[in-house]
Design a protein around this ligand. Structure first.
Ligand code: PBG
Length: 323
């Protein structure tokens, strides 16, 4: 027998051969596109820290949703950036608030679109923390009531999925009960189960004007060094009634995506966050990497690690390449 008997390069000789043995294939249906919603009409503001991304008023968010649908992206995740911020994030749970308005507008423009909404206080509070603050501490249990009110307002407007991103203990079970009490038992919960205290959220905080006014988020978001804790968080959310689990960020935490994938049977989402997006753009702008190749490589890596759902600002750009 000639040396070596096994030659993996045989199957890499042509594009068609490579396609035949490809193990992971991205499709537009894998993606959820995160969108930032601001008050007003006809508003479209570029986000400086995230090249190509914009903040939209509800009417233009609806137009964008229609374009996304036509591109094959069938799910969006909405973040509200209100005019008015206060200590309790009261503009986050108004029945006719920004997100309920956007949900209704999108449902009208793209009736089949899966509408997910971020549920958290940080975009709505003047202190920028994800929970109520007392004497410099982030309170857990009193925050749950406000999160549930927000989730109910979003669900009543027609959101299919509410996605709590605050990392308070017990919020999935609490929100589930409150939704059910309101007759909203068909609204799903996608839990930001494993959310790390990450530097990669930097560009988002500019986009959402949600940087904490004091301190940081380490007393509620997870320590990047921990894996066993990720499994515990994921299992707790599953027991509390989550329908979809999420790991965030994605790229620096692919081992966690894999570990959570193996620990539960629920659908698993991974969130390629703002910093991951902006880093690739910044390096490409300098000519150091190829934007589209790096983008697709980062996305296929997330799917290969075990994510069923990829939340990414690259979704429309990737969709145009995958079509
Ligand atoms: C709000 C929230 C954040 C992100 C999603 N939801 C910011 C944070 O926790 O500071 C980050 C998303 C991104 O960076 O793309 N709690």
């Amino acid at each position: 027998m000639s040396f070596p008997a096994s030659r993996p390069r045989r199957l890499r000789r042509t594009p068609a051969l490579r396609a035949l043995v490809r193990e992971t294939v991205l499709t537009t249906k894998d993606f959820v596109f995160p969108m930032f919603v601001v008050p007003g009409r006809g508003v479209s503001q570029p986000i400086g820290s995230m090249p190509g991304q914009k903040r939209f008023s509800p009417d233009l968010a609806a137009e964008e949703a229609r374009r996304l649908w036509d591109l094959g992206i069938h799910a969006v995740l909405l973040f509200g950036i209100p005019e008015h911020k206060d200590a309790v994030g009261s503009s986050g749970y108004q029945k006719d608030g920004l997100i309920p308005q956007a949900v209704r507008a999108i449902a009208k423009a793209a009736p089949q679109m899966v509408i997910m909404t971020d549920v958290c206080l940080c975009e709505y509070t003047d202190h920028g923390h994800c929970g109520l603050v007392e004497k410099g501490e982030i309170l857990n249990d009193p925050t749950l009531e406000l999160l549930a009110k927000q989730a109910i307002a979003h669900a009543q407007a027609g959101a299919h999925v509410v996605a709590p991103s605050d990392m308070m203990d017990g919020r999935v079970g609490f929100i589930r009960e409150e939704l059910d009490d309101e007759g909203l038992e068909n609204t799903s919960i996608m839990a930001y189960s494993v959310k790390y205290a990450s530097a990669f959220y930097g560009p988002f905080r500019e986009a959402a004007e949600s940087a904490p006014a004091f301190g940081d988020r380490q007393s509620y978001q997870m320590d990047p060094a921990n894996q066993s804790e990720a499994i515990r968080e994921a299992r707790m959310d599953e027991e509390e009634g989550a329908d979809i689990l999420m790991v965030k960020p994605a790229g620096p935490y692919l081992d966690i995506v894999r570990a959570v994938r193996e620990a539960t049977d629920l659908p698993l989402a991974a969130y390629q966050v703002s910093g991951e997006y902006s880093m690739i753009h910044a390096a490409a702008e300098r000519g150091w990497i190829d934007l589209e190749k790096a983008m697709l490589e980062s996305l296929v890596g997330i799917k290969r690690a075990g994510a069923d759902i990829i939340i990414s600002y690259f979704a429309p750009h990737a969709a145009r390449l995958l079509k």
